[in-house]
Design a protein around this ligand. Structure first.
Ligand code: OGA
Ligand code: MN
Length: 298
């Protein structure tokens, strides 16, 4: 006889065949079964949100979302933000940002191409960046276009105590003009405003939910560390970037059509490989802001 007071006999476990599989020894998990559950019960969002913050990135496979389905799924993780680069967004569902080299969707001439995207974390040009990004693959190239995430909380944990003390109160300057220059993004008003935005953020970020510390650095955007001489700032940035990216703390994802990856911008940085220009890569992204009371950013 099973003991009903333990919750075993109530059928919940049989009706909810959710499982997780680690993506790397340190962080990231594939969640199996998340979209096979009828009716979107409230406990599902609770479990998935917990897994998201526990693992830093979550992979879901074999999805066949249309735009509305992707929006509804993303809503389990918070409010969706309409990306400021409005001419990259879906006309029907403006919360969806197209990340693609397709040119038959009415995207502007300077839309993203097939080039590398260097290490970054999303929205550091804002004083309060959104916590979540969810990227869904609709069409993937035969080769290239892999995305990499690195766990900056694990990187922080491994730093020597002296380095932790040295960086405890330092702030990095995130200058979005650097990105605009690198990728040649320039045609729209938002881009012009963004390219002149300079934000200073603490290097050591405390996660609003797990309270874990991480390194909040986006090498694509960060120009220097406040208050340090140039040579010292450059050397420290190189040391910290290497501590994050030149390690076993990087997970490489080879996309299959139907994959979606949700990541925590307070915990990971990400980058993408280039892919052949004549091949199509078609992704859609949502940007997710959990409720304000749990979104204290730093
Ligand atoms: C993003 C991003 C990387 C990729 O959507 O924020 O960085 O692999 N995408 O397309
Ligand atoms: Mn990004």
């Amino acid at each position: 006889m099973q003991d009903e007071s333990q919750g075993v006999g109530d059928g919940i476990y049989r009706k909810a065949p959710l499982a997780v599989r680690p993506l790397s020894p340190v962080f990231g998990a594939e969640v199996i079964g998340a979209t096979g559950i009828a009716g979107n019960p409230p406990w599902l969002a609770k479990v998935l949100n917990q897994l998201w913050f526990q693992h830093g990135i979550l992979l879901f496979r074999d999805l066949d979302f249309d735009e509305a389905g992707e929006v509804a799924f993303s809503r389990m993780f918070g409010e969706l933000e309409v990306h400021g680069r409005q001419d990259f967004n879906s006309k029907d569902n403006p919360q969806l940002l197209y990340v693609t080299n397709r040119r038959d969707l009415g995207l502007p001439a300077d839309a993203l191409s097939n080039d590398d995207l260097e290490w970054h974390t999303d929205q550091t040009y804002l004083p309060r960046p959104a916590l979540g990004s969810l990227l869904f693959a609709i069409e993937v190239p035969a080769s290239g276009g892999n995305t990499y995430w690195a766990d900056t909380a694990a990187a922080y944990d491994r730093l020597p105590e002296a380095t932790k003390q040295r960086i405890a109160c330092l702030r990095a300057v995130h200058d979005h003009g650097k990105v605009t220059m690198t990728y040649g993004l320039k045609t729209d008003d938002f881009q012009r405003r963004r390219s002149t935005r300079i934000e200073s953020h603490p290097i050591v970020r405390t996660h609003p939910i797990t309270l874990r510390k991480s390194l909040y650095l986006a090498p694509t955007v960060v120009t220097h560390i406040e208050g340090l001489a140039e040579a010292e700032s450059t050397a420290l940035l190189e040391e910290l970037t290497a501590a994050i990216t030149n390690t076993d703390l990087v997970y490489e994802h080879r996309w299959r059509a139907g994959d979606a990856v949700l990541w925590d911008n307070a915990r990971v940085v990400h980058r993408r490989d280039r892919f052949p220009a004549e091949q199509v890569r078609f992704m859609r992204r949502t940007t997710i802001r959990p409720p304000a009371e749990i979104s204290i950013p730093f």
